[in-house]
Each structure stands twice: as structure tokens, then as C-alpha cells.
Design a binder for this molecule. Structure first.
Ligand code: HEC
Ligand code: HEC
Length: 219
């Protein structure tokens, strides 16, 4: 039987697709385990003890899961969940793609009259607004745009493997800054203490304050 050419092309596409795209449904399943600490929608919790992982860059999430596994980044709670037996490489890709795809709005939703209670509750649960942090926003902006934006992007949303910093708990970011400065976590490849060790304490706080003002650009 001779099938028309467009139909053949469609078939080829249908077969080729699963190999290209990550399996988001499987990623959602895997996230069931992560949800115990990071929450159902990856919004994190306990004021940043568990970081937000929703909407983070997939390449960065993958990288960090591998770093936890190899203990390049030490984290006792995460370590068992990242072992090959628990989380094979393919699962790392699926769960990272799924988490990256979750959008957490930074504005309260506007409802229609006929929206039911569950729709309203789900929409409200997803809203994530990090409270404004104290500090000199202008100074924070100045330093951020000069010294951080080349990797973390002007918008703070990150790029490639460089993580998004906006929409993240301030406490969590502060803790990571400290562990970079102490040399416990490598920040960039060239210098284990990295750029942060060259800044004053008040500059770090100002950058954090500035980052909390950028959240509106998330959507
Ligand atoms: C037992 C609690 C727990 C579970 C379960 C857990 N995590 Fe975590 N996770 C943490 C904690 C705590 C941190 C913060 C580590 C730190 O402060 O450095 C973290 C950090 C992370 C980070 C780094 C975030 C960043 O911005 O650098 C990623 C990514 C992550 N977890 C993904 C996952 C995924 C995916 C799963 C499920 C496969 C998972 N976690 C399961 C507790 C947990
Ligand atoms: C040369 C590129 C580069 C520059 C410039 C840079 N960073 Fe980073 N940053 C990275 C990379 C790469 C990571 C992830 C490191 C890892 O794998 O643990 C990171 C991670 C972070 C994290 C942790 C994010 C998380 O979710 O755990 C914070 C906080 C941070 N950077 C702040 C800053 C600040 C503030 C500046 C400017 C003063 C800055 N960075 C400049 C590359 C850079």
C-alpha cells in the first residue's frame, strides 16, 4: 500500500518524538518523592530550608542532582534520593524537565464567578511571592548588573546552566552565598571562593534586596 507522503512524514514524527522530548508525565511521578520536602509544585518551604525548584532551569537542576549524587555538593537530606538506584540518569532528565515546566505565578489570580473551590485553591497554592528583603536596592542593582548578570542574566532568570536567582527564598540564597565564600560549594570553575568573596557583607545583602524586586518580570 502506498501512503501519501505527508502521512508518512507524520508517522515519522510521531515515532521520533518520544526520543526527543523528556517524559513529563514520568517526571511528575518522580516528583512525588521530591514533594515530601520541596512541595507538590516545587515551591519549597520552611522559609527556604527547602529551596524552590519549580521554574528553575532544567540544565541547572540536572547538574545539581548529579553534584549531590557525587558529593561535589554536600547535602545530607538530598543524598539518598539522588543515588543511581533511586534516580537513574534518565529520571534526572525527566524530573528536571518537569520541574522546569512548572510556573509559579507572582500575582494573585483573578477568578471567574463559575470557578469552583478546587480550581481556586489550586491556583492560590501555586502563587509564590518572596517578601522584599531589606537593603539598598540601587547599590544591589549596580553590583548585580555589573558582576552577576553576565551569567545569571539581566533579568535574574539565569541562562544555560546558570541558575535563576529571582523567586528564590532570600534565606536560601544567603546560605548558598555563605557556602561559596567558605569554599564548601564551588561557585564558578576558576576560583573556588569566587566573586562573592570579593564583596562586602552589606553588598551581598543589597544584591538580595535587589533580586526580590525583580520578581514581577518572572511571568
Ligand atoms: C528529605 C528532603 C528532600 C527530598 C526528599 C528532596 N530534597 Fe532536594 N533539597 C533538600 C534540601 C534541604 C535542599 C537544600 C540544600 C542546601 O541548602 O544546600 C535541596 C536542594 C535541592 C536542589 C538545589 C536547588 C538549587 O537552587 O540549587 C535541587 C535541584 C533539588 N533539591 C531537587 C530535588 C529533587 C528533584 C528531588 C526528588 C528526586 C528532591 N530534591 C528531593 C531536601 C530534599
Ligand atoms: C561566571 C559565571 C557567574 C557569575 C559572574 C556569577 N555566578 Fe552565581 N552561579 C554561577 C554558577 C555556575 C552557579 C551554580 C554553581 C553550582 O553548580 O553549584 C551559580 C550559583 C549561584 C547561586 C546559588 C543558586 C542556587 O539556587 O543555589 C547564587 C546565590 C549566586 N550564584 C549568586 C551570584 C551573585 C550574587 C553573583 C554576582 C556577585 C554571581 N552569582 C555571579 C555562575 C556565576
Amino acid at each position: 500500500m502506498q501512503l501519501p507522503r505527508p502521512f508518512c512524514l507524520l508517522l515519522v514524527c510521531l515515532f521520533a518524538m518520544p526520543a526527543l522530548a523528556q517524559d513529563l508525565a514520568k517526571g511528575k511521578d518522580i516528583n512525588g518523592t521530591c514533594a515530601a520536602c520541596h512541595g507538590q509544585y516545587g515551591a519549597g518551604g520552611k522559609k527556604g530550608e527547602y529551596p524552590r525548584i519549580a521554574g528553575q532551569r532544567a540544565a541547572y537542576i540536572e547538574d545539581q542532582l548529579r553534584s549531590f549524587r557525587s558529593r561535589k555538593r554536600m547535602n545530607i537530606p538530598m543524598f539518598p534520593y539522588t543515588q543511581e538506584r533511586e534516580l537513574p540518569d534518565e529520571d534526572i532528565k525527566d524530573v528536571s524537565a518537569y520541574l522546569a515546566s512548572i510556573e509559579l505565578p507572582t500575582k494573585w489570580p483573578v477568578f471567574k464567578d463559575n470557578d469552583d473551590a478546587l480550581t481556586r485553591l489550586t491556583a492560590m497554592e501555586k502563587v509564590m511571592i518572596v517578601p522584599r528583603a531589606e537593603g539598598n536596592v540601587d547599590n544591589g542593582k549596580d553590583i548585580y548588573q555589573k558582576q552577576c548578570a553576565s551569567c545569571h542574566a539581566k533579568t535574574g532568570k539565569g541562562r544555560g546552566k546558570f541558575p535563576m536567582l529571582i523567586g528564590q527564598y532570600t534565606n536560601y540564597l544567603r546560605k548558598q552565598m555563605d557556602s561559596y565564600i567558605k569554599g564548601e560549594r564551588p561557585h564558578d570553575e576558576d576560583d573556588s571562593r569566587g566573586i562573592l568573596a570579593t564583596l562586602k557583607e552589606s553588598d551581598l545583602q543589597d544584591i538580595l534586596a535587589y533580586l526580590t524586586t525583580l520578581q514581577d518580570s518572572q511571568q
